[in-house]
Design a protein around this ligand. Structure first.
Ligand code: PEP
Ligand code: MG
Length: 623
């Protein structure tokens, strides 16, 4: 009963979410909040509740001796805002023309306005107020003056000033948030961005529990890359816990125990020990191939978000890198707009770590729930300016990346992967830009590899439906099951309110995976699945049976999937897939899998705590 989501349904939302323990191993006074496992591991320690911004700035005085520090914070916020606005201006110019970028240029001028600047500094010095409060006071006063002006032009500028004010206050708060997070705590919050998760990990937090988000959201993917235990979809956990409350966060089973008894803490310490032990044991499989009992070998690749993850390739027995999410990699360098040389060095390091195994580098997949310095908010970002659409509109983002990839390809086998493709014309356009990149590199006499295989993410239903046509212009397919599922079922992958409707093994999703795999086989090109389901051993037999010949997942999941593959036959997997394809919904597929595993293995696959993946077991976050 695993593969569909174990999230509480909307009907469950009216039930008390803090429930008595459902597991005999826990102490009788424990309060257990069920969520969804997002990154495996067990964290035990004090909670730190991260309050989200209320939007209001409270009056706050500071120690006069700290005025210099406060002024520095103000200057730093100005620099951050300057950087952000410059990048917004360049994107806007490109996308919407000079006229639209004028708004942001006006905001930039306001940021540089000496009168405003000096007034804020004076407020900090003379009123001993915090930088945020000084900004709010000074800028509100200026805005009132603008609003009362006779000039329509000046009245309009008031909105710009408000944006500048909010931007500065946001940067100041982000700094405060970060500074306040004590190390060795478990962060509990309503939501976090992937970038915040990364910043907090650097503060030495032990884990993270979020009220919102699903296991395939980018914040969850980031937690896995960082090796931080995480549970998501905890609904209103942040209201049931206080800072410094002792908690156990179980990122394997997807639950949080609030104020656990000593007995429970001991139980979890023991589980943690077992988790570490199993991970060590699993790595013993690393040198062995992922070969089924009837001799079919599957390539198991790793998804990489941060360069340090390449250290895990050997240990976990990866046959290559199936997905480098470059948007995350570059963002960790401070900005996605990195010069060609910086990108080349980063990719080269990864390619060399993987060689002679292949590395699949995906060009920037911006938009959706990932960072994009957008000039305007989109109502439906997942259906909007995303992935290849951004890059083709903005070749100054794509070109340095293409050149860097071609150069990195001289250090080991590299494949180039294009995200969010919806038309063949997009693929053809990238090929034209690749020609241009080759010409530029030749003219500069820089070494590069001319012919890298170019493949696409199959993550939009229309592409899967027309896979035969796309196979004519692609060297390989990589099925992005995270997005494919959300687009096929019309279920936002990051929204916990509908998470119970999100299932990568819904027969409709399976049908599109099959169609893609069939087209790939007919065209004799490889097909992989690189969404989170690829790391779930419960899904492995069906994916193999549908004709997928490569799987790519976070390195930690590779051993569990490999262990499973080595115990099943491909012929049985194909029969299973045939049966699943004619079922009507995800629940039927769950039931089928339950029976299938009992018939073929005698039990469900094991999780990282050595337990079978049971009815409330993690959907994708355990192996
Ligand atoms: C996917 O959509 O399955 C995928 C692998 O890409 P991402 O999660 O980065 O959108
Ligand atoms: Mg995707």
């Amino acid at each position: 009963m695993i593969p569909s989501s174990p999230h509480p349904s909307r009907a469950d939302a009216s039930e008390p979410l803090v429930s008595p323990p459902d597991n005999g191993a826990l102490g009788s006074d424990d309060r257990v909040v069920e969520g969804v496992a997002a990154s495996p591991g067990i964290a035990i320690g004090p909670a730190y509740i991260l309050e989200r911004e209320s939007g209001r700035v409270e009056e706050e005085s500071i120690d006069p001796a700290k005025a210099a520090q406060e002024k520095e914070r103000f200057e730093e916020a100005i620099s951050q805002a300057e950087r952000a606005l410059s990048s917004i201006i360049s994107v806007t110019r490109e996308k919407l023309g000079e006229e639209s970028s004028a708004i942001f240029e006006a905001q930039q001028l306001m940021l540089r306005d000496d009168t405003l600047h000096d007034a804020v500094v004076r407020h900090i010095e003379e009123q001993h107020s915090s930088a945020s409060y000084a900004i709010e006071q000074v800028m509100t006063q200026y805005r009132r003056r603008l609003e009362n002006s006779d000039s329509p032009y000046l009245r309009q500028r008031s909105d710009d000033l408000l944006e500048v004010q909010q931007r500065l206050i946001t940067y100041l708060r982000r700094g405060e948030l970060l500074a306040d997070v004590p190390p060795d705590t478990i962060i509990i919050s309503q939501a976090l961005s992937a970038a915040e998760m990364m910043l907090f990990s650097r503060r030495g937090i032990r884990g993270c529990g979020l009220d919102y988000s699903g296991p395939t959201s980018h914040v969850a993917i980031m937690a896995r890359a960082l090796g931080l235990p995480a549970v998501v979809s905890l609904h209103d956990l942040s209201e049931h816990v206080e800072t410094d409350d002792m908690i156990v966060l179980d990122g394997i089973r997807g639950r949080v125990v609030v104020r656990p008894s000593d007995e429970t803490i001991q139980t979890y310490q023991e589980r943690n020990r077992r988790f570490q032990e199993i991970r060590t044991q699993q790595r013993e499989l690393a040198p062995l191939p992922a070969k089924t009992t009837d001799g079919v070998t599957i390539d198991l690749h790793a998804n990489i978000e941060i360069s340090q993850e390449t250290d895990l390739l050997d240990d976990h027995g990866a046959d290559g890198i199936g997905l480098v999410r470059t948007e995350v990699l570059l963002l960790l360098q401070g900005s996605i707009t990195q010069p060609e040389d910086v990108q080349y060095k980063l990719y080269r390091q990864i390619v060399e770590a993987a060689a002679p195994r292949p590395t699949t580098i995906r060009v920037l997949d911006l938009g959706g729930d990932k960072m994009l310095p957008l000039a305007r908010r989109e109502h439906n970002p997942f259906l909007g300016w995303r992935g290849i659409r951004v890059l083709l509109d903005k070749p100054d983002l794509l070109m340095p990346q293409l050149r860097a990839v071609l150069r990195a390809a001289t250090h080991g086998p590299v494949r180039l992967l294009l995200p969010m493709i919806t038309t063949r014309a997009e693929v053809e356009q990238v090929h034209e830009l690749l020609d241009q990149a080759r010409e530029e590199l030749s003219a500069r006499k820089v070494p590069f590899k001319a012919d890298v295989p170019v493949g696409i993410m199959v993550e939009v239903p229309s592409v899967a439906l027309q896979a035969t046509l796309f196979a004519e212009v692609c060297d390989f397919f990589s099925i992005g099951s995270n997005d494919l599922t959300q687009y096929v079922l019309a279920v936002d992958r990051g929204n916990d309110l509908v998470a119970n409707r999100y299932s990568e093994l819904h027969p409709a999703v399976l049908a599109l995976i099959k169609r893609t795999a069939d087209a790939a086989r007919a065209a004799d090109i490889p097909v992989s699945v690189c969404g989170e389901v690829a790391g779930n051993p419960v899904a492995t037999p069906i994916l193999l049976g549908l004709g997928v010949d490569q799987l790519s997942a976070s390195p930690i999941y590779i051993p569990g999937v490999k262990r499973l593959i080595r115990r099943i036959s491909h012929a049985d997997a194909r029969q299973l897939a045939r049966e699943a394809l004619v079922l009507s919904d995800a629940e039927d597929v769950q039931a089928l899998l339950n029976d299938w595993f009992h018939a073929h293995l005698g039990h469900l696959p094991l999780g990282l705590d050595g337990d079978t993946l049971g009815a409330r077991g993690p959907q994708v976050a355990s192996s």
